[in-house]
Design a protein around this ligand. Structure first.
Ligand code: MRU
Length: 352
């Protein structure tokens, strides 16, 4: 199942706001509308947002009236600014828009239409590579999942959070596909319930055994010896290995360490931002009042209650056993292992 694709001059994506009770596809032919879709979380999950950014840059090139290269580059730079502002924590977005802009800047093609075509080819390539990367991460990560493990998982990191297959959920899938009879504790993941709505849906479709749990049950299960490994994704990993992920991840990692449970972050190298030195430098998105005070259309708190809604938290690297990437599993010291993984991935992209 692809989350996002290009068809007939439009970007198509599964509307993740209404799953699992309704399934609908949204279509976009304007990069600004894609930026809004990212903000409103029609599409979400760091790698999926990156793919959306790539396709949106291809759309921006097609929308631009430019007849010369410099004007097209100026329009693309303006589009990149709009897109990058759509969600600030997931670095895959700026990584993707920069990749498309760099390509346009370096191409020596006689006609601007050739640049437009090349950008669409690159956006498709980026999306296809995401699937291949996830499968490699899955194979790498499956090695750390004990036979018959009870896995604790946070948020949604599956096909829906990527172009296909998933990051942490890709590791779960790979273990399952290798015949490992795993079982997943699915954190509901307040406030937007990505675990309850999306991860439960994906795992049930794949036939992978699971139980949905309230977020508050995780510590109880860990202390009771009913969790063998904790797996989650990331929206940005700093150069030192500190990882920003869905709010609630940090407390899981601390509880895992306290209970002697291995804890892995699973993230492609496109999520590793070597320009962000530590977790303290990662911008944390704050979202709306409604996400916390209203559940499924029903207001659950007093009118006018003050709400603070950070969408992500940072797990300091000392709580991570390892970071699973498509280039292998990075272990401490993360500043060295992540840099190596990033270089290996860049060399691979150049040679593909
Ligand atoms: O706010 P979301 O739903 O976009 O948050 C998603 C996550 O936190 C995921 O864990 C993260 O993007 C990595 S998953 C591929």
């Amino acid at each position: 199942m692809r989350t996002i694709w290009w068809q007939d001059g439009q970007v198509k994506m599964i509307d993740q706001r209404i799953l699992p009770l309704q399934f609908a596809i949204e279509s976009y032919d304007d990069y600004r509308a894609v930026a809004s879709a990212i903000t409103e979380m029609v599409i979400r999950g760091a790698p999926a947002i990156g793919a959306a950014g790539g396709y949106a840059m291809a759309l921006a090139a097609q929308q631009s009236p430019a007849t010369d290269r410099d004007s097209l580059l100026a329009d693309l730079a303006a589009a990149k600014e709009v897109l990058d502002a759509a969600r600030p924590t997931a670095v895959n977005l700026t990584w993707a828009t920069q990749r498309l802009l760099d390509l346009a800047a370096h191409l020596v093609l006689p006609h601007v239409d050739d640049i437009r075509s090349a950008l669409l080819v690159e956006a498709e390539r980026l999306a296809d590579q995401d699937v291949a990367i996830n499968r490699r991460m899955g194979a790498n990560g499956a090695a750390v999942v004990p036979h018959g493990a009870n896995i604790l998982h946070h948020c949604n990191t599956g096909s829906l959070a990527t172009v296909d297959y998933g990051t942490a959920l890709g590791v779960v899938r790979a273990a399952w596909e290798q015949g490992n009879p795993v079982h997943v504790w699915v954190d509901e993941t307040r406030p937007r319930l990505q675990g309850a709505r999306l991860t439960a849906w994906e795992l049930m479709q794949a036939g992978i055994p699971m139980h949905l749990i309230a977020d508050n049950a995780a510590g109880h299960l860990m202390r009771a010896g009913r969790v063998d490994v904790v797996l989650f994704g990331a929206d940005r990993v700093a150069a030192n290995g500190d990882a920003a992920n869905k709010i609630g991840t940090y407390k899981l990692a601390v509880l895992a360490k306290e209970n002697g449970i291995p804890c892995y972050c699973v993230a492609p190298t496109s999520t590793v931002d070597l320009n962000t030195l530590t977790g303290d430098d990662i911008p944390i998105e704050e979202r709306s009042w409604e996400e916390v005070a209203v559940v499924d259309g029903v207001q659950i708190a007093p009118d006018g209650v003050p709400v603070y809604n950070p969408a992500f938290d940072v797990t300091p690297h000392r709580y991570l056993t390892g970071i699973v990437t498509e280039e292998g599993i990075c272990y401490p010291p993360f500043d060295v292992s992540l840099r190596r993984a990033k270089e290996a991935a860049e060399a691979r992209i150049r040679n593909e």
